[in-house]
Write a new protein. Structure first.
Length: 245
């Protein structure tokens, strides 16, 4: 990995307003409920266990997680949510990938297309930008006295991760998507807690935008993230710290 650290941006993200944090919990709640729909037991449903780990890393309260699991047998029982991924471009040739959970393909596609086009972007065909990203399992783990670099190196070797980088305050760990769940279980068995834990699209290179183009692009990110069906937005723009999503 390039070792391009985004921890300063993760810190900024952790300090979101209550409203933004509530919106993030709503999206995570839907992801949990969908994962729990056919099997609400995380001990035997690894997908659900993975999403719960992601939610806990985002500081989602346990009671909220339990309510989200309960929804799987209730309001989501009659709905068929599908994961849909859209690719496209923002201003300045920025590459954008939008991950959604939707029970209405036409609605979701139209909403994503509209949000992009209103801010100088456009939706593209499948595969138009995904080749610029690597799909990776990702963990951010806080450095502590007990978890020094030698210990972390030992854990990473045992967990067979792809790579890890050591920043001032944290470790960033990368795995293949296939090994992410096993690595999560291993770290948890060692008492490690996560500041971030998910499988995500990581850009191979970043671009910078200035002035009006940067403003347009961040407005587009806001519009996309405001959509109920949108779970995650990945892009290759190096944003100022306070704007990073």
């Amino acid at each position: 990995m390039s070792g391009h650290s985004k921890w300063h941006n993760i810190q900024a993200k952790k300090g979101k307003t209550d409203a933004a944090r509530g919106a993030a919990f709503t999206k995570l709640g839907r992801e949990i409920a969908v994962a729990a729909k056919n099997n609400p037991n995380p001990d035997t449903n690894s997908k659900l266990a993975d999403v719960i780990a992601k939610a806990k890393a985002a500081n989602m309260p346990n009671d909220t997680i339990k309510r989200s699991i309960a929804k799987a047998a209730g309001e989501l029982a009659g709905k068929d949510y599908k994961e849909l991924i859209y690719e496209g471009y923002g201003v300045g040739g920025a590459a954008v990938i939008v991950k959604t959970l939707s029970d209405n393909v036409n609605r979701t596609a139209g909403d994503v297309r509209s949000a992009m086009s209103k801010c100088g972007g456009q939706m593209g065909n499948s595969g138009c930008v995904s080749y610029m990203f690597d799909n990776k399992g990702y963990f951010v783990i806080e450095k502590t006295v007990a978890l020094d670099e030698d210990t972390m190196m030992e854990y990473c070797l045992e967990a067979e991760v792809d790579d890890f980088t050591s920043d001032e305050d944290v470790y960033e760990v990368y795995t293949s998507p296939e090994k992410w769940s096993d690595a999560r279980k291993y770290f948890e068995s060692k008492g490690v807690t996560f500041l971030e834990a998910e499988i995500k699209m990581i850009p191979q290179n970043y671009i910078t935008l200035d002035g009006e183009k940067l403003e347009q692009f961040t407005k587009m990110l806001d519009k996309l993230n405001e959509l109920d069906d949108v779970q995650d937005v990945y892009h290759n723009v190096e944003l100022p710290e306070e704007d990073e999503e």
